[in-house]
Ligand binder design. Structure first.
Ligand code: DOR
Ligand code: ZN
Length: 351
C-alpha cells in the first residue's frame, strides 16, 4: 500500500449547505466557516424565513458585517420556498445576483420549516420558471407523515415526492441536501448530472448508534437523522468516489446547549470549526485523499455553474484540539462536533 501523504494541498473548499443563524449566534459561528470556506450556500430558515429578495439582501448585509476583518468569504443566498412564493420576486432576485438557489422544506420536517411547502406538486409553475432560469432547487428530503418511521423518511420521500418531481421537471437542477441513505446515493447516481447531493461530515463519521451511545446524546441528533451502518458506508463510498454529483455541504447547524440538552432538543450538529479536518480524516481513512479536492472544491462549483476558488489551502496530518464549547456572548454556548477531542488532520494557517 502507498503510504499516506502527510500534507494535502487543494483549492479552497466551499460549503454548499450552511446554517449561520443571525445576531449573536451569527457573530459567534461565522468566523469558523469563513476561516475554511471560500463561499457557502446560506440556509434561509430564520424566523421569519428569508423569502423575498429584500430580506436576502438585508441578511447578506448582516453576514458581511459579522465577517472578521480581511475575510474573503462570500455568502450565497437562498430563497425559502413556501406555498405562496412570489415567483416574480424570486426571478428578479436571481437575475440581480441575490438568490443563488431555492430551498424546499416540506412543512414541519425540521427546524423552522413551519412556513414550508405543504404540497410540492402545487408549486409546478414556480418550478417551471426556475427550470427556465436555471435556478437550482435544494431539497430537504424527508416526508413528514407521522406514520412513516423516522429512519425511513428519506427513502419514502424519494419514492413519493422526489422521483415524481424530477420526472415532471426534467430540466430542473436539484440538490438532494444532506443525503443519509443508500437509496439517496442510488437516486442521485441515477439522475445525475442534473441531480446532485451534499454529504455532511457527521453522516460520514457516525451512524445512528452515536445518538444512543451509553445514554441519549443530543449533540448527535440532526435531521435527517443518522441511519444504520450500511448507509454510512454507502455515503463514504459516494463522497470519496470523486463523482461530480457528490459535493461538500456541512449542514453545520448551531443551537445553544440549552436548546439541545432539553426534554425536546433541537436537531443539528455544529461542525463548522472542524469541517474540513473531519472530511480529510474520512478521505484519508478511505485512501482517497487524492479525491478530496473534487468533493470539497470542484464538484460543487461545477454543479452551480461557478468557477472553483483560485486560492489554495493546506491540510497537514497533525492533531488539532477541538474546543469543548464555543461561547455565544449574552446567550450561552454551543457544543461543536468532536468537541473536546482531537482531529487527526489540521488546516495549516494561510500562507
Ligand atoms: O439537523 C438539522 N438542523 N437539520 C435541518 O434540516 C435543519 C437544521 C437546523 O436548522 O437546525
Ligand atoms: Zn440544513
Amino acid at each position: 500500500m502507498m503510504s499516506e501523504p502527510a500534507r494535502v494541498r487543494l483549492r479552497r473548499p466551499d460549503d454548499w449547505h450552511l446554517h449561520l443563524r443571525d445576531g449573536a449566534m451569527l457573530r459567534a459561528v461565522l468566523p469558523f466557516s469563513a476561516a475554511q470556506m471560500g463561499r457557502a450556500i446560506i440556509m434561509p430558515n430564520l424566523v421569519p424565513p428569508v423569502r423575498r429578495t429584500h430580506e436576502a439582501v438585508a441578511y447578506r448585509e448582516r453576514i458581511m458585517a459579522a465577517l472578521p476583518e480581511g475575510s474573503r468569504f462570500t455568502p450565497l443566498m437562498v430563497c425559502y420556498l413556501s406555498d405562496d412564493t412570489d415567483a416574480a420576486d424570486l426571478l428578479a432576485g436571481h437575475a440581480d445576483g441575490v438568490f443563488t438557489a431555492v430551498k424546499l422544506y416540506p412543512a414541519h420536517a425540521t427546524t423552522n420549516s413551519q412556513f414550508g411547502v405543504t404540497d410540492p406538486a402545487a408549486l409546478a409553475p414556480v418550478l417551471e420558471a426556475m427550470e427556465k432560469a436555471g435556478i437550482p432547487l435544494l431539497v430537504h428530503g424527508e416526508v413528514t407523515d407521522p406514520e412513516v418511521d423516522i429512519f425511513d423518511r428519506e427513502a419514502v420521500f424519494i419514492e413519493r415526492v422526489l422521483a415524481p418531481l424530477v420526472a415532471r421537471h426534467q430540466g430542473l437542477k436539484v440538490v438532494m441536501e444532506h443525503i443519509t441513505t443508500e437509496e439517496g446515493v442510488a437516486f442521485v447516481r441515477a439522475n445525475a448530472p442534473l441531480v446532485g447531493a451534499t454529504i455532511t461530515p457527521h453522516h460520514l463519521i457516525f451512524n445512528r448508534n452515536a445518538i444512543f451511545a451509553g445514554g441519549i446524546r443530543p449533540h448527535n441528533y440532526c435531521l435527517p437523522v443518522a441511519k444504520r451502518e450500511r448507509h454510512r458506508l454507502a455515503l463514504r463510498e459516494a463522497a470519496t468516489s470523486g463523482e461530480a454529483a457528490f459535493f461538500l455541504g456541512t449542514d453545520s447547524a448551531p443551537h445553544l446547549r440549552s436548546a439541545k440538552e432539553s426534554s425536546c432538543g433541537c436537531a443539528g450538529v455544529f461542525n463548522a470549526p472542524v469541517a474540513i479536518e473531519a472530511y480529510a480524516q474520512v478521505f484519508a481513512e478511505e485512501g482517497a485523499l487524492d479525491r478530496l479536492e473534487a468533493f470539497a472544491s470542484l464538484n460543487g462549483p461545477a454543479f452551480y455553474g461557478l468557477e472553483p476558488n483560485e486560492e489554495r489551502i493546506t491540510l497537514v496530518k497533525a492533531p488539532t484540539e477541538v474546543p469543548a464549547e464555543i461561547a455565544v456572548p449574552g446567550e450561552g454556548a454551543v457544543f461543536p462536533f468532536l468537541g473536546g477531542e482531537r482531529t487527526a488532520w489540521s488546516l495549516a494557517p494561510d500562507a
